[in-house]
Design a protein around this ligand. Structure first.
Ligand code: HEM
Length: 471
């Protein structure tokens, strides 16, 4: 009782994961293990507590609790503010993803118009056509599909964010700036740096390479921002109107700042461009990889999806229209199911007041993680939750799927890029279905299910696919 009072625990005590299990999950790969192994025993309570590194974390795994938390005002449950020494904050800065309060509201206000316009599928479709040309050289052996999709999503984001072509689909050798970007992300995801923040200050080789790469990436982004400011000023001089639906995010943000009379600094623009770039790249690559994987593993699904596409747009490779994409019910069900199986794993918040979740009252300042993955596999809402089953999106199930489906989160801090990402996924899959047939290699490690590499985001482990052209 003394402990409970002292720690301001009200209501029942949240079930705690034994220290050794939590420690083991951290050592063997934080998210994959915690998510896949532990939650099943904890669905009764809907929430569990574990010590991961220096802090206790409450992890929400029930759809009802997740909904309650995420739809609260952003000031009551702001993002958890990580230690500013962490590489993730050094790279992301105080852009839309990690900021709170007024600063976040300004970022969101300037980003919304850029993301809410009706996007034209052509930018994405043209990049997919480039990928087909690139693949022609590589297709004689199994293709690492996640690596290919990263090339595609980087290229799409470069064009969408600031009208820049990185050239990732020109040759196997990655451009220098993309290699630096990957070095940065690897470092950002290094788990020991979160558990022992002092490691970030040591003059190690890895820290030095990280700092130098961030510096180079910043230089690259700052130059683009300067160019775009000049481009917009020229446009103003010539009294040119907005450039249709293909306006770049950077220009849209600059325009929105003029309209809203908000002076957005170059550092804020840099942070947001990096935030869009990082938030939209690996997430979308993972989701499409998962769709392509399941279509390889279940040829009857691939056949049915292809038949739907050919019925809607004919049997030749072309860029689908936005209207056609919306009508493709089976393809869309595959994408929804992929996002259910492999969403962005976690979102982090910190309570600004004691908050009740069912029989538990969590004290102010509690750090909370919402496990989107666990919510998406709650047996209360999902029949055979670990089965990849697009059919569940086509039949009227008694259970309310939508209620426990949060791949893009919910509430004020939901994903600003969700419409864009879904369109990108649809275009890539539809064009792949027209152009190729694919299958899993005989000896694939993914024969029984997708094997993930241990990381902060879900990623497939060396996912190779046999691809052959059909057109
Ligand atoms: C399959 C693809 C994607 C998934 C699963 C996904 C998922 C999410 C989730 C769960 C959040 C909430 C994070 C949190 O609360 O901590 C989020 C936020 C965000 N996402 Fe996405 N995302 C995807 C694609 C994209 C794309 C393509 C972009 C931009 C180009 C993007 C930009 C953002 C931004 C800027 C935020 C922060 C919003 C805010 O805090 O106001 N995302 N995303």
């Amino acid at each position: 009782n003394y402990y409970r009072k002292h720690n301001k625990i009200l209501g029942n005590e949240v079930p705690k994961i034994p220290f050794l299990s939590a420690a083991w999950s951290v050592i063997t790969g934080p998210h994959v293990d915690v998510l896949e192994v532990i939650p099943n025993e904890y669905y009764q309570s809907g929430i569990y507590k574990a010590r991961l590194g220096p802090h206790d974390y409450y992890t929400i795994i029930s759809a009802d609790f997740a909904r309650k938390l995420l739809t609260e005002s952003e000031d009551v449950v702001p993002k958890y503010e990580f230690n500013s020494e962490l590489p993730v904050l050094k790279f992301y800065g105080t852009g839309i993803v990690f900021s709170n309060g007024e600063q976040w509201r300004t970022h969101r206000k300037l980003s919304n118009p850029a993301f809410n316009r009706a996007l034209s599928p052509n930018i994405i479709g043209d990049v997919v056509l480039d990928a087909f040309r690139y693949l022609r050289k590589e297709i004689h052996e199994p293709v690492n599909i996640y690596e290919l999709l990263q090339r595609i999503t980087i290229e799409v984001l470069g064009q969408l964010a600031f009208g820049y072509s990185f050239g990732t689909l020109k040759s196997k050798e990655l451009p220098d700036i993309v290699r630096k970007y990957k070095t940065i992300l690897n470092h950002v995801e290094s788990y020991p740096l979160y558990v022992f923040p002092f490691l970030n200050k040591l003059p190690t080789k890895k820290n030095r390479i990280f700092n130098a790469s961030v510096k180079d990436f910043d230089k690259f982004i700052f130059e683009i921002i300067d160019l775009k400011r000049i481009e917009l000023a020229k446009r103003r001089k010539l009294n040119e109107k907005k450039k249709s639906n293909n306006e770049e995010l950077l220009i849209s943000m600059l325009e929105a700042s003029e309209q809203e009379n908000i002076n957005i600094g170059t550092k804020d623009l840099r942070d947001n461009m990096i935030n869009f770039f990082s938030a939209g790249n690996d997430t979308t690559s993972m989701s499409v990889s998962s769709s392509i994987y399941y279509l390889a593993r279940f040829p009857e699904m691939q056949k049915r999806a292809r038949e739907e596409v050919i019925r809607m747009i004919g049997n030749e490779v072309k860029i689908p229209t936005a209207e056609q994409l919306k009508e493709m019910k089976y393809v869309n069900a595959i994408i929804k199911e992929s996002l259910r199986r492999y969403p962005a794993p976690m979102t982090y918040r910190q309570l600004q007041k004691p908050t009740q979740f069912g029989e538990y009252v969590l004290p102010e300042k509690s750090i909370i993680r919402v496990s989107n993955y666990a919510v998406h596999h709650d047996p209360k809402y999902w029949d055979e939750p670990y089965k990849f089953d697009p059919e569940r999106w086509l039949t009227n199930e008694k259970k309310n799927c939508q209620h426990s489906y949060i791949p893009f989160s919910l509430g004020p801090r939901n994903c600003v890029g969700q419409n864009f990402s879904v369109m990108e996924q649809r275009i890539i899959i539809v064009m792949f279905l027209l152009k190729y047939e694919w299958s899993l290699p005989e000896n694939s490690i993914h024969k029984d299910d997708l094997v993930l590499s241990s990381s902060f985001l879900f990623r497939p482990k060396n996912l190779e696919i046999n691809i052959k052209e059909r057109i």
